[in-house]
Design a protein around this ligand. Sequence first.
Ligand SMILES: [Zn+2]
Length: 70
Amino acid sequence: MTLRFGQSCPTCGRRIEIRLELLGRSVACPHCHAEFIASEQRARQSASEEVLMDRVERVLRQSGDAVSVE
Ligand SMILES: [Zn+2]
C-alpha cells in the first residue's frame, strides 16, 4: 500500500495525488507536465490565492477608473 497526499498543481490548478515519499522533491504534473516541488501546505496555498484575487480585483478597478477618466 502506498501513502499519497493530494495537492493542486500550481500551474494548471488540477488536483494531483502524489506519493508521500516524493514530498519535498521535484515532481511533474501528469496533466500539464509542469515541474514543481511537492509540498503539503494547503493553508499557505489558499492564502496566496487570496492575494492573487485581491490583485486581480485591484487591476480591474484601476482599468475601470482609466476608462471613466477618458
Ligand atoms: Zn498541472
